[in-house]
Design a protein around this ligand. Structure first.
Ligand SMILES: [Fe+2]
Length: 327
């Protein structure tokens, strides 16, 4: 694909992220037709809840060593990929992030950190438990995206759509009740009021339900609720799918319908480890209207602080992970 030769936007960052995203959106007009069509169909709900785009170009500059700690991760190669990711994602939603995130950026780096190896964070190397992104937050992403800069064949990304779960009826009913407590994960700084735990339901009604599932940060407040949570896990084990991300892969999924996880793997912490970029997307800034001050949302105001940025992903059948686009 020749997107690498597009008139890529020059600026990236907080100074005027809104204008940057506009430039990205404009650049997207020169994307290959197959990619544009796939993104359009995904946005219109014609491709299920997961879309894997393969073969996106990487920077001409060599990718430097995978970082080993947070901060100071920016370099020409990853900046190119951040921009390219924004060109693609600007076609389908609002790129955003949460202002309270430590080490804020609109696009997050995800790589293994030795100190986090056993934590329930994307930077760990033990099994990353099933979850949806930021399930505790009213402005959790509608879509999430993972762009692989450097892969690891032993690290598998797992996906599971709520609609595929064969839940026992009495557990399904329990899961629709607000009998669960979900806590804020440690990548967020404390809320002003110190609230770190919220009541929620796990599942909405209907055959194609929304799900909030994050057992590492969630518990049932009754024995039945806790048993229902554990039942979800056993149902996931029956239907989940897996994909091994390779450099140039962009994985998009609907964060309201799809849970994800990652296998354990063995990083070497020598600069050669797996390195992903992660973005969050909202379908509409209006859906985040109740908590705009907590977001970095370019649709509403430039800069981070008062009112900021927002960002936005689809699998009905297990084989949808294979709905890939070579570009
Ligand atoms: Fe995640």
């Amino acid at each position: 694909m020749h997107i690498a030769l597009l008139d890529m936007p020059q600026q990236y960052g907080e100074k005027d992220f809104h204008q940057f995203v506009f430039d990205c959106w404009r650049s997207g007009g020169a994307m290959p037709l197959r990619l544009s069509q796939a993104l359009f169909d995904f946005r219109m709900g014609r491709r299920g809840a997961v879309l894997l785009i393969k073969g996106l170009p990487l920077a001409q500059q060599a990718l430097p060593r995978t970082p080993e700690r947070r901060g100071a991760t920016c370099n020409p190669a990853s900046l190119f990929s951040r921009k390219l990711m924004c060109v693609v994602l600007s076609q389908i939603g609002h790129i955003y992030n949460f202002a309270a995130k430590k080490d804020f950026d609109y696009i997050d780096d995800v790589f293994p950190i030795f100190e986090d190896r056993d934590a329930q964070l994307g930077t760990n190397s033990s099994f990353l438990e099933w979850h949806v992104e930021d399930g505790f937050h009213t402005a959790k992403a509608d879509l999430a995206a993972l762009f692989c800069l450097r892969g690891d064949r032993s690290a598998q990304t797992y996906l599971c759509e709520a609609a595929d779960l064969a839940l026992e009826p009495h557990f399904r009913e329990e899961l629709t009740k607000p009998n669960f407590l979900i806590s804020v994960d440690p990548t967020f700084q404390s809320n002003d009021d110190g609230t770190r735990e919220f009541h929620c339901a796990v599942l909405s009604d209907g055959k194609d339900p929304e799900i909030v599932y994050d057992p590492a940060y969630m518990r049932g407040v009754t024995p039945l609720a806790q048993a229902a949570l554990e039942h979800v896990r056993s149902c996931i084990d029956e239907v989940y799918q897996s994909v091994t991300l390779e450099a140039g892969d962009l994985l998009l999924f609907d964060n309201r319908r799809v849970m994800h996880a990652r296998s354990p793997y063995q990083p070497s912490y020598d600069g050669s480890d797996r390195w992903l970029l992660r973005a969050l997307l909202l379908e509409s800034y209006w859906k985040a209207r109740e908590c705009v001050s907590e977001l970095a949302l370019p649709s509403l105001a430039p800069g981070r602080g008062a009112a900021h940025g927002v960002a936005v992903g689809q699998s009905r059948q297990p084989h949808n992970v294979g709905q890939s686009e070579a570009v």
